[in-house]
Design a protein. Sequence first.
Length: 47
Amino acid sequence: MPIFPELKARMFDKTVCRKCKARNPKTVKKCRKCGSDQLRSKKQGKK
Ligand SMILES: [Zn+2]
């Protein structure tokens, strides 16, 4: 079964709020839940 790059890109196209850990689309600048702008990308390979 092939892995669709589009699907994979969509998976990473999310940000997680550092405050409430709500997931937001990457298109938003602020958390939709708590309004915080402390959003980090889910794509973080390094520790
Ligand atoms: Zn939040």
